[in-house]
Design a protein. Structure first.
Lengths: 631, 197
């Protein structure tokens, strides 16, 4: 018969042949040395598989984690298990679902109780979601005994197993956190960093509890998550936080509880995507001596999640941060659609003020109250957003100094909805004394004078209680008694500490002109070298400067004259004799002189000057002259 | 003292005796973890699946009938491993034993041996590790069903019927899986002569 090929040998060696075929093969092998050798070779080859033989004993740690499954699973009557010794009608309610810190499509109808494994779908954004609320309500409804306001029962520590359960693979073991009762966000603009703190009442069962939370589609730094019980701290122990393998954007807290019932917790984490900007509007009076200054803060939320009923605090100043949260957040999925949630929670403000830790020095400013306008609660783009953030009273922003930066706290609470922005009034101060000044400096501003308005962030200017955050400012002016406004200019305010001056550049002035004319030039004081060649001289320039003020008010102007050399002197200035017309001159620095003057209403002013500029070898003479003067 | 049967222990566990479950985990844990390690080529994944497996055992404890828990547990473990493999198809993960890119594509050290390369080992150990690596690599090339069939048959001495139950297929399919797996392995396993001839 023919030799056994590899297929036959494999079938023979691993007993995959029919009895008849096997007998035939056996007979052949008995007679054929080649096939026997081939069979031996095959067996030797497969002997390598023995290297992987043997069992892999699980570590004690793994066994402990695995065993713990029964401790948590006892509470789930989903199977035909007969549970013994579990009293109080499952008083410890296991709420199914997940704590979802992310932004998902809203399904307004309450869904059926979440099933095992539903959290997997949640990661893909298909979770029916009222962001925890629907979950917890559905879960509560399904179990029927959960009540966050139930009294808290303390159980004996002996009743709790020593070994914690392992992180369950499915959602059934997990406790959901209900919607936050109160939330506080602190936005550190300088680093795209927001500290979020919220409190939620979490219904714990005695023993071990797992809480799952998700941050898909959000910009949360999962490493910053922290959970703290606000009451019963000695009875409730947060043991660890685990990030299960295979599951993206999911973490689980393990809590050992000696109490049963609803315990308030605080969750803190860093998020990114929230930002705020300051806007200012200044309205000057007719003669431009005072200005009403209004400040607004525009808070925008692109963090991927909604913050309802949220106390909002803004940090002014620089903070240190080594990593940017938005990178830590490692988003896997694009943004979901915009969501507006109006939870209608009316008592948010009181809750929000309960935070004991907020021992902020209340330096309530004398900023006066601002009537509610369309801007409050209005969306950034002008659409009207009627969230519960609209309270028909006055919001104020409270300012507090911290060690290195400054804290603005928006009074009450706001709904900060994802992808929305909100503008809130910050302060409103009347009659801030201001100084208008026109500046001419062709090297810096070109041929046109530029208009500046200056004031100081101090008490003399009705300010000075807080630093003024960086932001854009628009300046208007009352042009007549009917308080019609004209637009003056726009500028940006840099961060202004208390007692610092502010000078706003409002752009080129149209009604003020400065026209310099070179009237004459001449050279003199030539010097010669040994060969009789010229090696130095003086240039003498005679200028006439004409300033025109076509405005209805007198103006102050400052002309900075660039000499183009360091070796110069002003030999003659044609200043008027009367005090009113006086032109002040001073040497501004080594190459510039500065003239300041007041130009009356609708008038022109001229002055002349002669400048001597020392060239080449003559510079030595100039230096000598200066030295003699200093002596 | 006679050893309690798996059935007795499961019954005891269902009545609420905590110790019974531990006994079962200790009794079958090494086999399950060994199986999952071979199936997944990744210790972490194997441990995850190990927990998942025993959680299923716990959840479905009341459904267990029979004397020997081993095939049932391995069936659950197989399902867990296959479920994981299906998921991984969508989100490819780097296995610890995946070859490290090293240019010519041959004789690449596996990641784990690269990680442990600073530990001096006897020649035999190195040789054994190499052999294991080759077997693992060969196993890894097999489709999941074939791999499961081969591991259950070769390492766990399960009958075709038991394997068929574990994989949810017919005995004939098991034989086909097994034959194809062995044929492929025969082509991939190192020649014991090692080219010295």
């Amino acid at each position: 018969m023919t030799h056994l090929n590899e297929d036959k040998l494999i079938q023979y060696a691993f007993d995959l042949m029919d009895a008849g075929d096997r007998e035939t093969a056996q007979q052949h092998l008995d007679d054929c040395g080649d096939c026997r050798a081939a069979l031996d070779a095959l067996k030797q080859k497969f002997a390598a598989m023995e290297s992987l033989a043997g069992e892999v004993p699980p570590s004690e740690e793994l066994i402990a984690q695995t065993l713990a499954v029964k401790d948590t699973a006892k509470t789930i009557p989903l199977y035909r298990r007969v549970w013994v010794g579990w009293s109080a009608a499952a008083a410890a309610v296991v709420l199914m679902g997940t704590l979802m810190l992310h932004n998902l499509p809203v399904t307004p109808t309450k869904s059926s109780p979440p099933a095992k494994g539903q959290y997997r779908a949640a990661g893909r954004g298909s979770f029916p979601d009222d962001r925890m609320a629907s979950l917890s309500e559905a879960a509560q409804g399904s179990v029927g005994t959960a009540h966050p306001t139930e009294g808290i029962r303390v159980v004996s520590a002996d009743e709790i197993p020593d070994k914690p359960p392992f992180a369950p693979a499915s959602a059934i073991e997990l406790v959901v956190l209900p919607k936050p009762d109160k939330t506080q966000v602190t936005i550190y603009n300088s680093k795209d960093l927001t500290l979020v703190r919220d409190t939620r009442k979490l219904t714990l069962k005695p023993g071990w509890n797992w809480i799952q939370f998700m941050w898909a589609n959000t910009q949360i730094d999962p490493t910053s998550l922290s959970l703290t019980p606000l009451t019963h701290a000695d009875k409730v122990d947060i043991q660890l936080i685990s990030y299960p393998a295979r599951l993206k954007d999911i973490g689980r807290w393990l809590i050992r509880s000696e109490v049963e019932g609803a315990v308030p917790f605080e969750i803190t984490y860093f998020a990114s995507g929230l930002s705020w900007r300051a806007f200012y509007m200044g309205t000057m009076n007719e003669d431009e001596t005072t200005m009403d200054l209004k400040g607004h803060v525009n808070v925008s939320n692109h963090s991927g999640q909604d913050f309802d009923n949220t106390r909002t605090r803004l940090i002014v100043g620089e903070t240190r941060l080594t990593e940017e949260i938005r990178y830590l957040a490692q988003r896997h999925y694009p943004y979901g659609p915009d969501i507006i949630i109006d939870d209608g929670d009316e008592d948010g403000i009181d809750h929000a003020l309960e935070y004991d830790e907020w021992h902020w020095k209340r330096s309530r400013s004398r900023m006066k109250e601002i009537p509610l306008s369309g801007s409050l609660g209005g969306a950034f783009n002008g659409d009207l957003y009627l969230g519960s953030g609209i309270k028909h009273d006055i919001k104020q922003i409270e300012k507090t100094g911290l060690s290195e930066y400054f804290l603005y706290t928006i009074e009450g609470t706001e709904d900060l909805t994802n992808q929305w922005a909100k503008r809130l009034p910050s302060f409103d101060v009347e009659d801030v004394p201001v100084k208008s000044l026109y500046k001419y400096d062709d090297a810096r501003y070109g041929k046109q004078p530029v208009r500046f308005v200056s004031f100081a962030n101090d008490s003399e200017h009705e300010l000075g209680e807080t630093p003024i955050p960086e932001g854009a400012i628009k300046i208007y002016r009352n042009v007549n008694e009917a308080r019609n406004l004209s637009y003056v200019g726009q500028s940006n305010i840099k961060y202004i500490p208390v007692n610092e001056d502010i000078e706003l550049n409002l752009g080129p002035a149209r009604l003020v002109k400065v026209e310099p004319t070179l009237m004459a030039t001449q050279t003199e004081n030539y010097t010669f070298n040994n060969k009789g060649n010229i090696d130095g001289w003086d240039d003498i320039e005679t200028w006439k400067i004409e300033i025109t003020n076509t405005r209805e008010i007198p103006i102050d102007i400052e002309i900075t004259w660039n000499m183009g050399t360091d070796s110069w002197e002003l030999t003659y200035v044609d200043t008027a004799s009367t005090a009113e017309d006086a032109i002040e001159y001073k040497k501004h620095d080594k190459s510039r002189g500065r003239f300041t003057m007041t130009v009356p209403v609708r008038s022109e002013k001229n002055f002349g000057m002669t400048i001597r500029k020392y060239r080449k070898k003559r510079i030595e003479t100039y230096v000598q002259k200066i030295q003699e003067k200093e002596k | 003292m006679t050893q309690q049967t798996d059935q007795n222990l499961m019954d005891a566990y269902c009545r609420g005796e905590d110790g019974a479950f531990e006994t079962l985990v200790r009794r079958h844990g090494a086999a399950v973890l060994g199986y999952l390690t071979k199936m997944t080529h990744n210790q972490d994944h194997a441990e995850d699946l190990f927990q998942e497996t025993f959680q299923k055992v716990h959840e479905h404890a009341a459904k267990f009938t029979g004397d020997n828990l081993r095939p049932w547990v391995l069936k659950i473990a197989t399902n867990a491993a296959i479920g994981r493999w299906r998921k991984e198809k969508k989100h490819a993960a780097v296995s610890l034993s995946a070859p490290v890119a090293c240019g010519d594509g041959t004789n690449c050290p596996a990641l784990e041996s690269t990680l442990a390369s600073d530990t001096p080992e006897p020649v035999e150990q190195v040789s054994l590790n190499e052999k294991r690596q080759q077997v693992r690599a060969a196993l890894n090339t097999l489709p999941t069903q074939q791999r499961a069939a081969l591991i259950l048959n070769y390492y766990h001495q399960m009958t075709y019927k038991q394997i068929a139950e574990s994989l949810g297929c017919s005995v004939g399919s098991v034989r086909t899986h097994l034959f194809r797996a062995l044929k492929k392995m025969a082509g991939l396993l190192p020649n014991p002569a090692g080219g010295i001839e």
